[in-house]
Design a protein around this ligand. Structure first.
Ligand SMILES: [Zn+2]
Length: 389
């Protein structure tokens, strides 16, 4: 008897997940159309929708059109985007970005600040963000349904295990925050979060690789609708593949890692040396690329090295999409063309190479998607970007 009960519960949960996925996909939909799209019968659907309305996850929203034979106009349903809010945080070694999202993914607040963090200050910085959300925003009365923190390092079992760029791996961030807050708190690698963002918000494909080119180079690998992490969470650390044997010494222990030659930071440092400056002016970098032959040379060489990384990813994984995301790539669109032109692999036409449409917020969108999927217990989420902010 108990097996039957468990099976029934499992089936009910499964059906609920299917209905929620369909609701997100359609934004607004009638019960009849939901039945048609999910192959669930009317009685099951009525029961499931009642439960979702009781849980304040679904709301009835106006009337649809009646069919050609006339008849009653159907009541339309949608996911209650105001059911709660999600906090997304990205912590790089020299900046913190954070955003608030509604349950449909819509972004309602975004902030970015330059800030060095270390093991002694990180918890205070995150607590400050949560307190701002809870006290000073128009969303202070909303329930926080979860928070996801993206970090530049290896994450395993919801814990940052290794972060060579900063010493945050010396503090159990999630455990510390859980002493104060009871909502779900998750932690994820930034390149993985970005890959989830691309598959959830922008691209339908289930096989993509997102290459984040920032202070380092990291790949988020999303294959068959799942993140590929490897046995220890190290999968995708392609910035530490060797470009120059016996080359520059890397913090990972190897020599000649490719991110020392082609990450945004590596290229920025080279450009700053040429310019004899300490901070790169992104408002003029495209002009510099066009008119300053030395800057042009650095960017061209950077693109050549990135094309080697891209080529290696494509021959290894054959993704439908390879998405490149980085500040220099966004400011100098010609870099993407150079990367593509440098790849001579004849089967390249199986993979489309594009620049990210999510820009600097991609990691935050990924954090948001991770929380929403967990909260709604769904595998696939069609989420939406609001252009308002
Ligand atoms: Zn390395």
């Amino acid at each position: 008897m108990s097996f039957i009960k468990i099976d029934k519960q499992k089936m009910r949960q499964n059906n609920k997940s299917i209905v929620i996925e369909e609701l997100l996909k359609n934004k607004v939909i009638s019960r009849a159309k939901l039945c048609k799209e999910t192959n669930l019968n009317k009685a099951t659907m009525t029961e499931l929708i009642k439960e979702l309305i009781d849980q304040n996850l679904v709301i009835e929203t106006g009337m649809g059109f009646s069919n050609t034979q006339g008849g009653r106009k159907p009541v339309l349903l949608e996911l209650n985007k105001n059911r709660g809010i999600i906090i997304a945080i990205e912590i790089d070694f020299n900046k913190i970005l954070f955003s608030i999202h509604l349950l449909n993914g819509e972004i309602v607040l975004f902030e970015s600040k330059k800030q060095m963090v270390d093991k002694d200050t990180i918890i205070q910085e995150i607590l400050k963000i949560i307190e701002v959300v809870k006290t000073q925003t128009e969303f202070r009365d909303h329930e926080i349904i979860g928070m996801c923190i993206a970090v530049h390092g290896i994450v395993k079992n919801n814990k940052l295990e290794f972060s060579p760029k900063y010493n945050l791996d010396q503090v159990d961030i999630v455990a510390e925050l859980k002493k104060t807050y009871s909502f779900p708190i998750l932690i994820e690698n930034e390149a993985n979060a970005a890959a989830i963002a691309e598959s959830t918000f922008k691209n339908e494909t289930e096989n993509l690789v997102n290459l984040n080119i920032n202070s380092g180079i990291g790949a988020g690998i999303f294959m068959n609708n799942k993140l590929l992490k490897g046995s220890n969470g190290f999968a995708g650390e392609i910035g530490h593949s060797i470009y120059q044997p016996d080359g520059l010494k890397c913090i990972c222990g190897n020599q000649g890692c490719v991110e020392l030659y082609a990450s945004t930071k590596a290229l920025e440092d080279k450009i700053l040396t040429v310019q004899n400056k300490t901070e790169l002016d992104y408002s003029t970098i495209h002009d510099e690329f066009k008119n300053n032959s030395k800057v042009n040379e650095i960017i061209t060489e950077g693109a050549r090295i990135l094309s080697i990384v891209a080529n290696n990813i494509i021959v290894l994984l054959s993704p439908d999409l390879l998405i490149l995301n980085g500040t220099l790539l966004r400011s100098i669109p010609e870099m993407l063309d150079m990367v593509k032109a440098n790849i001579k692999y004849q089967y390249l036409n199986n993979t489309t190479i594009i620049s990210s449409g999510l820009g600097e917020r991609s990691v935050l969108y990924g954090c948001c998607a991770i929380v929403i999927k967990k909260f709604l217990n769904i595998k696939k989420a069609h989420l939406y970007i609001s252009e308002k902010i």
